[in-house]
Write a protein that binds this ligand. Sequence first.
Ligand SMILES: [Zn+2]
Length: 150
Amino acid sequence: MRLTTIAEHPESVQRIDQQTLFHIDFEWWDLREDEYRTYLYNLLCDKHQEEFGYVDDRKHKLFDWVNPQTGEVFSIDSIEYAVRSHCSSQEGYITEGTAMVDSVFRALLANGNQPLTIKQLASCIGRVGQESTILRMLRGSKVYKGLRPL
Ligand SMILES: [Zn+2]
């Protein structure tokens, strides 16, 4: 067997720049389902955390979620639904103290995972001027919270 190098497959090297759109890759999360549910649970507001109670309840219901921009309908579970429709608009959902990677995830989730550029992300998470830091985080070889270029 022979190792192939990146140079032999230039098409596999993705160009990432200011125009690149980023989104949450839910396929990445599919492999980490338990982790995802715990992570999502932590995005709930106090009221909803109480309502959903035990995080490991697998009998969650599916809801239809209509993307307001495209009209596309998705099935999402009840926790995700609560985050998008309520908790994400509560104060404290994204704060200055929220880790950058979490802020990016929260912003994307709240907007129905509409892919955004680095510039748009920076503005969504209140970090205008820190675009290069966000870009560095998102284009690294490690994938954080399923955040990937489109
Ligand atoms: Zn809530």
